[in-house]
Every structure is written in C-alpha cells, then in structure tokens.
Write a protein that binds this ligand. Structure first.
Ligand SMILES: CC(C)(COP(=O)(O)OP(=O)(O)OC[C@H]1O[C@@H](n2cnc3c(N)ncnc32)[C@H](O)[C@@H]1OP(=O)(O)O)[C@@H](O)C(=O)NCCC(=O)NCCS
Length: 107
C-alpha cells in the first residue's frame, strides 16, 4: 500500500492512495481491508492532531471498489464519509476504467 501527500483537482490538500495490492493467492482473506483500516486509523489520528478533517482520495478498480463497498458501514463507523465519486473511463494503461473517490476522515 502506498499513499502520498497530494492535492485534489480543487487544489485542496489531501492524501492520495497511490496503490493497494494483495498477492492474488492471498486475496479474499481480509488482508486488503486490514491494510485500508490501518491507514484510516493513522489518518484519523493525524486529523485529531491537526484538529481538522483529512481528505483521502483514490482511483479504484472493480476489486478495490467491491472491497470498500462491502465495508461501507465499517467506514461510516470509523467516521469516514464519501464526499465525491466520479467515473473515469480508460484510466489505466490497459484501458480499464476507474472510479475516483474522495473520502473525508473526520477529526
Ligand atoms: C483490492 C485488493 C487490495 C483487496 O485485497 P483483499 O485482501 O482481497 O481484500 P479483502 O479480503 O479485505 O476483501 C475482500 C473483498 O474484496 C473484493 N475482492 C477482493 N478480490 C476480489 C476479486 N479478485 N474479484 C472481485 N472482488 C474482489 C470483494 O468484495 C471481497 O469480498 P468477498 O470476499 O466477500 O467477495 C486486492 O483484490 C488486489 O490486490 N487487487 C488487485 C490490485 C488492485 O486492484 N488494487 C486497487 C488499485 S488502487
């Protein structure tokens, strides 16, 4: 999992999730969600220290979107709110589409 400090298209500071991947043979055992939850907890602590919400944006493939949708209620319980969603056609080199999302992590 790789995440970097960045800016949204509206030039708001954010953390961009560059990549999250689990070896194919280890997928569907809860590892992806465990990693995602870990970064949410880290960013939540950062939001509390800064006393302001943090924007967390990302491009999602079908698999990662399915993983996050499966945990939509868990995200809400962690104080994570989906604030923007946009379909991005042909985003990946091989022509796959992406779903761009911005989550707001409350302090
Ligand atoms: C997205 C990814 C990191 C999820 O990791 P994971 O350890 O498999 O995730 P979890 O076990 O926590 O979650 C499982 C859920 O993820 C989704 N999922 C995971 N692998 C999937 C696959 N091959 N096909 C469809 N959905 C998949 C499903 O919703 C699944 O729930 P289910 O088991 O009830 O069907 C992993 O699938 C992956 O590495 N994919 C390839 C790389 C990628 O697409 N990265 C995202 C780009 S940002």
């Amino acid at each position: 999992m790789v995440a970097t400090e960045d800016e949204t298209d509206e030039e708001e500071p954010c953390i961009y999730l560059d990549d999250i991947a689990v070896l194919p043979e280890a997928q569907k055992q809860g590892i992806g969600w465990k990693m995602f939850k870990k970064i949410i907890e880290t960013l939540k602590a950062k939001a509390q220290t800064k006393n302001q919400p943090i924007l967390f944006d990302m491009h999602l493939r079908n698999t990662s979107q399915a993983m996050l949708d499966k945990h939509a209620n868990d995200l809400k319980a962690l104080g994570v709110e989906l604030t923007e969603e946009a379909f991005v056609p042909d985003y990946y080199d091989e022509g796959d589409d992406a779903l761009y999302r911005i989550y707001k992590i409350s302090n």
